[in-house]
Design a protein around this ligand. Structure first.
Ligand code: EPU
Length: 365
């Protein structure tokens, strides 16, 4: 009898402590009202939002549903490195800050690493370089969070996220149900995925599972990167490749801690071959790459440069002098000013080439 009572007591105190932990985690969860988003977007645009909700632990997520955070206008913000706020955001901003890098499986040749959505992308790259896991060294220096990396299918110097991602875990915000999507389910394409299409604004990514190599191998197809590595392949290592990537990046892209930007503002346009044939006649120096499906990809930066915009500045909004694809905020440019500049560029490029540049950056109205 006493034993039974004790068991009952233990069970009740277990329930109570569980309940208490949940209540306390709700209390701990950071919710700020009418807060500036300036520190949360790499353009450094000073706009506010109604509520900023920072999620530090996955067990805080139920609270988002309890508080009906997703029932009004909301936006899930990652590193803020691919977004342009054009005005105050009339809604809830959810910002993941969950941490964790865990090796979940290892074979002789491969390692599977599960990473929490709120980890800084570069911290994960650093982890892989230190542990000699190959595959994401070319993606060093990208100012993203791990959770946003599959949304955008981040890419640089011949590597894209889709080459190293196994699966994504998260919660459907519409019904609070968990999901796991494999690489193929994510419909990855150039700077795109299912999360920007059918599942746009429908998923909260919580974890990303990566599949990396333990065997030494590098992707050195990008010429400027290869030129920075004048070694025999046997002398290459992850540190040398990562340093070379950073050197190439820094020679073209601004450091977002010093100059506001969101990397490439536009996508590189893809046009039909027939259209390209007439264009190259008029502009023989056009940089171009054949795509797998017989179309031609052009370098948007070159089009913007030919249109005369490289290095131009209108008040604090400008075009980066070293890479015409990058729009920068030299200080206090507002989102609307940056947007107006991008539209001027689009207009000029269209008038000259009849090509409509598509923003890569997520523009928020
Ligand atoms: N170019 C010019 N003028 C310019 C800029 C570029 O002529 O002002 C020429 C370059 O000389 C080069 C070509 O255009 O021959 C391509 O330029 P670059 O190699 O700098 O790459 P990109 O196509 O402009 C893309 C990604 C970058 C990524 C680099 C390297 C897109 C939209 N951007 O830029 O990603 O770092 O390749 O792989 O695909 C980002 O997504 O935010 C980003 C920075």
């Amino acid at each position: 009898m006493t034993n039974k009572n004790n068991n009952k007591k233990t069970f009740c105190s277990f329930l109570y402590s569980n309940y208490l932990t949940r209540v306390l985690s709700y209390i701990n969860m950071q919710i700020q009202k009418n807060v500036s988003l300036k520190p949360y977007n790499t353009f450094g645009v000073d706009v506010s939002c109604n509520q900023l909700i920072c999620v530090d632990r996955e067990d805080e997520i139920p609270y988002l549903f309890q508080e009906k955070v997703f029932d009004t206008r909301f936006f899930i913000l990652g590193g803020g490195s691919n977004v342009l706020f054009t005005q105050n955001y009339d809604g809830n901003i959810v910002h993941m800050r969950t941490k964790g890098i865990d090796i979940v499986k290892e074979t002789e040749n491969e390692v599977f690493i599960k990473v929490a959505a709120g980890e800084l992308w570069d911290d994960f790259v650093d982890f892989c370089i230190r542990h000699a896991y190959y595959g994401i060294e070319n993606l060093i220096g990208i100012p993203s969070l791990v959770g946003s990396s599959p949304v955008q299918n981040i890419g640089a110097y011949g590597v894209e996220l889709k080459d190293v991602m196994h699966s994504v875990e998260g919660i459907y915000v519409g019904n609070n149900k968990p999901f796991v999507l494999n690489n193929a389910d994510c419909e990855f394409a150039y700077r795109s995925s299912v999360f920007k299409k059918a599942l746009k604004n429908k998923c909260l990514v919580t974890q990303v599972l990566f599949r990396l190599s333990k065997i030494k191998q590098f992707t050195l197809t990008y010429k400027a990167l290869r030129d920075e590595l004048p070694y025999d392949d046997a002398d290459l290592n992850l540190q040398k490749v990562a340093q070379a990537v950073l050197k190439v990046r820094n020679s073209k892209l601004p450091d977002v801690r010093k100059i506001g930007s969101a990397g490439s503002f536009f996508k590189n346009p893809v046009i039909p071959k027939s259209r390209f044939v007439t264009l190259i006649d008029k502009y023989p120096s056009l940089i171009h790459f054949d795509t797998d499906n017989g179309e031609v990809k052009l370098a948007a930066g070159q089009l913007v440069e030919i249109a005369g915009w490289k290095g131009k500045r209108l008040n604090d909004a400008g075009v980066y002098p070293l890479q015409a694809l990058v729009i920068v905020n030299y200080g206090n440019a507002g989102g609307k000013e940056l947007l107006d500049l991008s539209m001027e560029i689009q207009k000029d490029v269209f008038e000259r080439f009849e090509i409509q540049l598509e923003p890569e950056v997520n523009i928020m109205f």
